[in-house]
Design a protein around this ligand. Sequence first.
Ligand code: SF4
Ligand code: SF4
Length: 339
Amino acid sequence: MRDKKPFVRNDEKPVQKQRFIIQALFSLLVIWIGIEFHFFIKSVEADEAVLAYRPPGVEGFLPISALMSLFYWALSGHIHLVHPAGLFILVAIILVSLLFGKSFCSWLCPIGYLVEMAGEFGEKLFGRRIKPWAWLDYPLRSLKYLLFFFFAYSIFTMTEADLKSFLDSPYNVIADIKMYDFFRNITLFSFVVITALLLLSVVIRNFWCRYLCPYGALLGMISFFSPMKIKRDKVTCIDCGLCTKACPSSIKVDKTGIVLSDECTSCMNCIDVCPVKDALIMKDMVTKKKIEKKYIFAAIVLTFIVVTGTAMLLGTWSSNVPDQEYKRLYKDRELIDHS
Ligand code: SF4
Ligand code: SF4
């Protein structure tokens, strides 16, 4: 057994407040996008001569279309311009995950934020965190991978021509409008399913993200290639177990040297609660250097802004679908539904 170093208190400021603020701001941005899109639809319905502004950010909620667009870009070298913002949001999320692990889930994703709030509420309500038994947890965690591989197989076996044909199709062009219709005319069944998922996230921490989100599955796999890893110093660690207790992803941080888990979201909760200076750090495994927490969260936000901002500057952010086409397809959308 190695000798322990003298105890030095961790006096670094926690970053959870900043994380909460960034999550909240990002969620507010998404709500704002939703409001703008609502007025866009109203102007389409009213057949106005000049339609209201259609916020391109709404395409962030079309991940399948974005994945197809990304694959089409890789095969053809061309950016498909029906939902280009969706493509660049996906690129930004992938890049953030490559650089900083699955950090999109805990720093930016509005659904992750909602699910986390539900979990916090549940903990306050029940006074503890409920975690399924390991024999149930592992198979449930594989569900999101099954969902992801189902979509990935369907997409990655398509030819360039098939992809173009789908991306150009009326179905894809008004996919955002159909998503809006889904929530506007939500069926009782869909409402019950969504409510059940939210309630399950109150009872079981991160239920949606941990077990069902295919996006999380993709980002979890990408995160293995990230150079940023949580590292525990076994010499200075006093085995208090606070990190494991604080981890929202139920990772046994106090039993590991380097956290290598597809569930780690780089939330840095574990580092914040660790009482010993540098017993837990975020380490760049390439340069072998500790990275300050404040730089990590600034870099996560900046990476997202740089990618989406570049798309805006290059003129590849807004859709090239003309207003007249939206109006025509909107009127025919029931037919498109059943075609
Ligand atoms: S290991 Fe640390 S950074 Fe990773 S999810 Fe758990 S608390 Fe967050
Ligand atoms: S919080 Fe975790 S890493 Fe820090 S001293 Fe306690 S057991 Fe060790």
